[in-house]
Design a protein around this ligand. Structure first.
Ligand code: IZC
Ligand code: ZN
Length: 422
């Protein structure tokens, strides 16, 4: 990619800066730092200045690229803090089972669900995985996502987990979207260890974690803490070992039933707990007390046909910082679009547009430890921005099911124009 041109976006009807000191919670989530008639100056891949009205003129040189923001909403590049980006195959054949009300965990227990994706992913080469994931990243980018967290966990053996994490690294180095890598060998117990859970946990703790660390292939470790998957004791053990080996901690907690995952996230001072549809109030309080970020995944609740969504209003009331993500995966949320998630967050989680945009930008950046570099439009940060064809923030969430992206700027370069990848 060439040297980024100095660029000025001016006359922006709705400039949503999401500026702020660190993670936002409580009523601060309503502050999206909106500037009407705003401008942004981008230089050498960074944001050089942000302001209002004609103030951009003092920065303007004849050689600058000038973009007109009339009728547009400009936001920080969207950040997808929870995905299972790298996998082979798909699970559309599970649709009739879902409609027959066979539960997600029951499908898994019968050797389907995650284990079906494990079979496909083990059988695929690293090149095939990269090719398929790159298509998803292209879609993410054209839908406004500029940074994505990507979990392993469809290998459940050393070789395939490493293959997935190496795919993350190759992808990070070969296309515009930045990837933050999470090791999730504790996504399920593989078939061959069905009668020997202890053996699988030891494999994770004694072989997989050290090898992933040695090759520096993941920053975070995650565990699917759920009834019928890994229980609280097993999760505590796996994540304690991960932390001791230098990983930052995340957990899939209370997705279907409450097992005390949110409480454990608080106890362990995890960076984030994710899903939380069935989280207890005590769990939410433990998260608030320990500043654990809730990553909510409303399209997954929709797709699992759960009776309810996570209680975002209660979490915000209790002071839990909330982020939102797609959960992009082949089983429970096959979508690349954070825009869809934003609409579901509004109608399913009853979050306000300002809370929602903070949740897919600054708070999402905090959930992956990148808040110093990305997540808001502030001088000094990376120039990752989206220009939406929406006259204001509410409109962006109200008009749904289609892609509102006009332009995406990544590291100061225009990478999507007129909704199409450049
Ligand atoms: O493949 O089912 N919840 N893991 C935990 C998933 C959803 C992904 C999957
Ligand atoms: Zn997940």
């Amino acid at each position: 990619m060439g040297i980024a041109m100095k660029t000025i976006i001016r006359n922006i009807d709705c400039l949503v800066t999401c500026r702020g000191e660190g993670v936002k919670k409580g009523s601060d989530m309503m502050d999206a730092g909106i500037i009407n008639d705003g401008y942004v100056v981008i230089d050498a891949g960074r944001i050089a200045a942000v302001g209002e009205g004609e103030g951009y003129r003092e920065h303007l040189k004849p050689s600058d690229l000038v973009i007109d923001g009339a009728g547009k909403t400009v936001t920080p590049g969207l950040i997808d803090g929870h995905t299972h980006l790298v996998y082979a195959g798909s699970r559309e054949f599970e649709l009739p089972l879902k409609l027959a009300k066979v539960g997600y965990i029951d499908i898994l227990k019968a050797g389907g669900g995650i284990l079906s994706s494990v079979r496909d992913t083990r059988a695929a080469s690293r090149e095939e995985l990269v090719l398929q994931a790159r298509k998803r990243l292209d879609l993410m980018l054209t839908h406004g996502t500029t940074t994505v967290e990507s979990k392993s966990g469809y290998g459940l053996d050393l070789e395939t987990e490493m293959k997935m994490l190496r795919a993350n690294r190759l992808l990070n180095d070969s296309q515009p979207v930045d990837i933050v890598s999470t090791f999730m060998g504790a996504h399920a117990v593989p078939q061959e260890y069905k009668e020997d859970r202890e053996g699988y946990i030891r494999l994770i703790v004694e072989e997989m974690l050290p090898k992933v660390r040695e090759e520096n292939l993941a920053e975070f470790a995650d565990c699917f803490c759920e009834h019928g998957v890994f229980d609280i004791e097993e999760t505590r053990r796996i994540l304690t070992a991960a932390r001791a080996q230098g990983f930052k901690i995340k957990l899939h907690a209370d997705e279907v039933v409450s097992t005390g995952g949110a409480e454990l996230a608080g106890e362990m001072k995890a960076v984030s707990a994710e899903h939380l549809v069935a989280a207890s109030q005590e769990g939410m309080k433990a998260m608030a007390d320990n500043n654990v970020i809730a990553i909510l995944l409303p399209t997954t609740s929709f797709y699992l046909m759960l009776e309810k969504f996570a209680d975002a209003r209660k979490m915000i009331e209790l002071g839990v910082p909330v982020a939102l993500a797609t959960d992009c995966n082949p089983g429970t949320s096959p979508t690349e679009s954070l825009q869809i998630v934003m609409t579901y967050a509004c109608f399913g989680l009853r979050m306000m547009p300002e809370e929602i945009i903070n949740a897919v930008t600054l708070n999402a950046a905090c959930s992956i430890g990148r808040e110093k570099e990305i997540g808001s439009i502030e001088a000094g940060k990376k120039a990752d921005l989206v220009i939406f064809d929406a006259k204001n923030l509410n409109y962006l969430i109200y008009h749904f099911g289609v892609n509102a992206v006009d332009t995406v700027i990544k590291d100061g370069n225009i990478v999507v124009k007129g909704g199409l990848k450049c």
